[in-house]
Write a protein that binds this ligand. Structure first.
Ligand code: XMP
Length: 322
C-alpha cells in the first residue's frame, strides 16, 4: 500500500499542480484508453476537466445514472459539460443499482453494494467493451482518511484497503487529486476554468441518496428523499453552509392529516458548518427558516408527517446518516 502525502492548502499552487498532473496522467496512460465517471461533484468535475486536458480523445467520460441522484442531476451535468466542450455519455444503470440494494439494511453492506455494482458490474462491462485500461477518479485525501480510520467505507476507496483493481476488476485506477482536501480541490477546479456553480458546489456523497435513506433502499424511498432534498437545497443554499441535506428515517410515526390518523414518514434535516467534513457543527438556522422547511416538506412531500433538525456535532454524529 502506498502512503499518500497530503498537499496542504498553504502549499498548493493550483496552476503548477494542474501542469504536473497533466504530465503525470498523460505519461501513465500513454497511447492507451482511459475512462472516468463524472457525478457532477467538484471532485469528479475537476478530474474530468483536468484529464481531458491531459488526454483529449483518449478519455471517455460517463455519467452513470444509478437512479440515486438528485432531481434532474444527470441532464444538468451532461449539459454543463457540453458547454465546456466535454462529451459525457449518459448510461442508464438504475435497475442494476436497485437490484443490488434490495433487502440490504446495514449501512456498510449498502455501501459495499454500491462499490461492487459501480466498479465490478458497470465499469467492468464498460472496460471490456471499450478496451480501456485505466479508470480515473476523484478520490480526495479525506475519503482515504475516513476509510482507513474505519468510520465509513467510502465508496471509492480501493487500493488503500488492499484491493488490487487490476486483478479484481481488470483496470488500473488513477487518482490525480488524492493528495488534496476539498478546499484544495475547489482551488484547482477554479483554476481549471470550471464555473462557480461547480467549484462552489456543496459536497455530495458517492453513494448518493443511499447515504440518506435509513434501512432498505427502494425507488419509492429514494423519490421521497429526493423531493425533500430539493426543498432543503432551495431553502438553505443562501446560508453559505458547508453542506445541507435531508434524511429519510425508517421508523414511521403517528401523524394527523385532514382530521384522520396518518402513520407517516419522518424527514431529518441537517445543515453543517465545516471546513473539510472531518468535524462539523450544525448551523444555527433562524427559527423562521426551520419553520418554512417543516411547512414545505410536510405539505409538498407525500407521506411526511414529521420534520426534525439535527443539532448534534460531528463527532459523534457524521455528516450523512448512512
Ligand atoms: P460523513 O458522513 O462520513 O461524510 O461525515 C463526510 C463527507 O464525505 C461525504 N461522503 C462521501 N463522499 N464517497 C464520497 O465521495 C462516499 O462514500 C461518501 N460518504 C460520505 C459526505 O457527503 C461529507 O461531505
Amino acid at each position: 500500500m502506498t502512503k499518500i502525502e497530503e498537499i496542504k492548502l498553504e502549499a498548493l499552487k493550483p496552476k503548477e499542480f494542474i501542469e504536473e498532473k497533466i504530465k503525470e496522467t498523460s505519461s501513465i496512460v500513454g497511447s492507451g484508453l482511459a475512462i472516468n465517471a463524472l457525478s457532477g461533484g467538484v471532485d469528479s468535475a475537476a478530474v474530468t476537466l483536468l484529464c481531458h486536458k491531459a488526454l483529449g480523445e483518449k478519455l471517455k467520460t460517463y455519467f452513470i445514472d444509478n437512479g440515486l441522484m438528485r432531481q434532474d442531476e444527470p441532464e444538468y451535468v451532461v449539459e454543463l459539460f457540453k458547454k465546456l466542450g466535454v462529451h459525457v455519455e449518459l448510461l442508464d444503470a438504475k435497475k442494476e443499482f436497485f437490484n443490488a440494494l434490495k433487502g440490504l439494511t446495514d449501512p456498510e453492506e449498502k455501501r459495499e453494494a454500491i462499490t461492487q455494482t459501480f466498479y465490478k458490474d458497470v465499469f467492468g462491462r464498460i472496460v471490456k467493451e471499450s478496451g480501456a485500461k485505466y479508470l480515473l477518479q476523484g478520490t480526495n485525501f479525506t475519503d482515504v482518511e475516513e476509510t482507513i480510520a474505519g468510520i465509513k467505507r467510502q465508496h471509492n476507496i480501493l487500493e488503500q484497503i488492499g484491493i488490487d483493481t487490476e486483478k479484481t476488476f481488470g483496470y488500473k485506477v488513477i487518482e490525480p487529486i488524492i493528495q488534496l482536501r476539498k478546499t484544495g480541490v475547489r482551488e484547482v477546479a477554479k483554476a481549471l476554468g470550471l464555473p462557480e456553480e461547480i467549484y462552489k458546489r456543496p459536497p455530495f456523497p458517492g453513494p448518493a441518496l443511499v447515504a440518506r435513506v435509513i434501512g432498505e433502499v427502494t425507488p419509492e424511498k429514494i423519490e421521497t428523499v429526493r423531493q425533500a432534498t430539493k426543498i432543503v437545497e432551495e431553502e438553505l443554499s443562501n446560508t453559505g453552509a458547508f453542506q445541507y441535506l435531508a434524511i429519510l428515517h425508517e421508523d414511521r410515526v403517528t401523524g394527523i392529516r385532514d382530521g384522520k390518523r396518518d402513520f407517516g414518514l419522518q424527514i431529518e434535516v441537517r445543515c453543517w458548518e465545516s471546513k473539510d467534513a472531518l468535524i462539523g457543527s450544525p448551523t444555527r438556522l433562524p427559527y423562521e427558516t426551520l419553520d418554512k422547511l417543516a411547512q414545505r416538506i410536510s405539505t409538498e412531500v407525500p407521506g411526511v408527517v414529521s420534520v426534525t433538525y439535527n443539532i448534534t456535532k460531528k463527532p459523534p454524529s457524521t455528516i450523512e446518516a448512512v
